[in-house]
Design a protein around this ligand. Structure first.
Ligand code: NAD
Ligand code: AKB
Length: 317
C-alpha cells in the first residue's frame, strides 16, 4: 500500500484530493501537510497532518522519512494573482519548494511525485483556440514562468534520475468545498458564493472573457487517472493538457440566472484581465485522451447545477 504525503493540502485542490486519496489508500496512509493548521471540522481532519513549509528541505525530509512516504502529491504553490503581487515569493515557493520535493524524493524512498502545472504556461503567442499540446510556452506571469520551469524540471528528473514524476496542466478549477487561493480564474467560483448570498456579483474580468475551466470531481478524477496510468502508455510526463469546459464569464452568469432568476452580474475588469487575456480559450488534450483515456464528465449546465445544489444549504445555514 502506498504511503502518500500531500503538500499544500489545505488549499482548494488539496482539501478535496486528500480525502479522495484517503478513501483509496486508507486514512493513516495519507499525510496532509500545509503552512497553516486546518480547522477541526476541515476535510483534512480524518487523518495525519504535519505543519510543513516546502521551502524547508530539512523538515520536508524529516516528515518523509518519519512517515515512510513513497509518493508525494505536491500541491503547495502561489497562484497567478498572488504571484503578480509578490513575484519573489512565487518564485521561492514554486521553484525552491519543487526542487526540495524532487531532491528529497531522490534522497529517500519516494518513487512517485505528482506535480501540477497549469494553463498559465501558455502566453499571448500561444494559439488560443485550442492551445496545442506542443506549442510556444512564453507566459507573461511569474506564476506561468514557474510552471514552465516546473514541467521541465520534472521531466529532467524522470530522464536523469528515473524518478516517476507526472503532471497535468490544470485549467481553472471550480469547486464548492474550499475557496480558491489567489488565482485569475477565482471569479468562476466567487460568483456562486455571491449569487447565493446577495444575488449580485461584480466580476473582475470582462463578460466576453473565455477561459478553460474544470469542475473539481473531474480534476480529482484526472489526477488519479494519470497517476494510475501504466507508465508504458505515457508519451509525456509533467505537461499533459487536460480540458474540461470552456465558457465566457457572461455564459456562466446566464447559466446561474437559470437557477437564481434575480441574479445580476456587473463587470469591473482589474489587473487580472490582462492575465486572462494572455491565456488560451480552450485546450487540445488529445495525448491525455489517447494515453490514459481522459474524458471530462461535467459541462457548464451540470457543473452549475451541482455547485448550487452543494452550496445553497451550506450558505443558508
Ligand atoms: P491553493 O492556493 O488553494 O492552495 C495552495 C496551498 O499551498 C495553500 O493551502 C497554502 O497554504 C499552501 N502553501 C503556500 N505556500 C506554502 C509553502 N511555502 N509551504 C507549504 N504550503 C504552502 O492552490 P490550489 O488551487 O489548491 O492549487 C494546487 C496546485 O494546483 C498548485 O500547484 C496550482 O498551481 C495548481 N493549479 C491550480 C489551479 C486552480 O484553478 N485551483 C489551476 C491550475 C493549476
Ligand atoms: C490561476 O488562476 O492562477 C489558477 C490557474 C489557472 O493556474 N487557477
Amino acid at each position: 500500500m502506498q504511503r502518500i504525503l500531500v503538500t499544500g493540502a489545505a488549499g482548494q485542490i488539496g482539501s478535496e484530493l486528500t480525502p479522495a486519496l484517503r478513501e483509496r489508500y486508507g486514512s493513516t496512509h495519507v499525510v496532509a501537510s500545509d503552512l497553516r493548521t486546518p480547522a477541526a471540522d476541515s476535510p483534512l481532519s480524518g487523518g495525519p497532518f504535519e505543519l510543513l513549509d516546502v521551502r524547508d528541505r530539512t523538515r520536508l525530509q524529516a516528515v518523509v522519512v518519519s512517515h515512510n512516504i513513497d509518493a508525494i502529491y505536491h500541491m503547495a504553490a502561489i497562484l497567478s494573482a498572488t504571484g503578480e503581487a509578490n513575484p519573489q515569493l512565487a518564485w521561492d515557493v514554486n521553484i525552491n519548494g519543487l526542487v526540495n520535493v524532487l531532491e528529497v524524493a531522490r534522497a529517500t524512498g519516494v518513487r512517485r511525485v505528482f506535480c501540477p502545472s497549469s494553463i498559465a504556461v501558455f502566453g499571448p503567442e500561444t494559439p488560443r483556440c485550442p492551445a496545442p499540446q506542443l506549442t510556444v510556452l512564453h507566459p507573461s506571469t511569474v506564476y506561468g514562468l514557474t510552471k514552465v520551469t516546473g514541467e521541465l524540471l520534472g521531466d529532467y528528473y524522470v530522464q536523469r534520475y528515473g524518478l516517476d514524476v507526472r503532471g497535468l496542466r490544470y485549467p481553472g478549477i471550480i469547486s464548492s468545498e474550499t475557496p480558491p487561493g489567489g488565482g485569475t480564474t477565482d471569479y468562476a467560483v466567487d460568483i456562486f458564493y455571491q449569487a447565493l448570498r446577495t444575488a449580485q456579483y461584480t466580476c473582475f474580468v470582462r463578460p466576453d472573457t473565455v477561459l478553460p475551466m474544470m469542475y473539481m470531481p473531474d480534476c480529482i478524477r484526472a489526477t488519479l487517472a494519470l497517476m494510475d496510468a501504466d507508465a508504458s502508455r505515457l508519451t509525456r510526463h509533467c505537461d499533459y493538457n487536460v480540458a474540461g469546459i470552456s465558457f465566457s464569464a457572461a455564459d456562466l452568469a446566464a447559466e446561474i440566472v437559470r437557477h437564481i432568476p434575480g441574479f445580476a452580474c456587473t463587470y469591473e475588469p482589474d489587473f487580472r484581465q490582462a492575465i486572462a487575456d494572455s491565456w488560451p480559450q480552450s485546450i487540445d488534450d488529445a495525448p491525455a485522451r489517447t494515453d490514459w483515456d481522459w474524458r471530462p464528465s461535467f459541462d457548464l449546465a451540470s457543473m452549475t447545477a451541482d455547485m448550487i445544489r452543494r452550496l445553497k444549504p451550506r450558505l443558508a445555514a
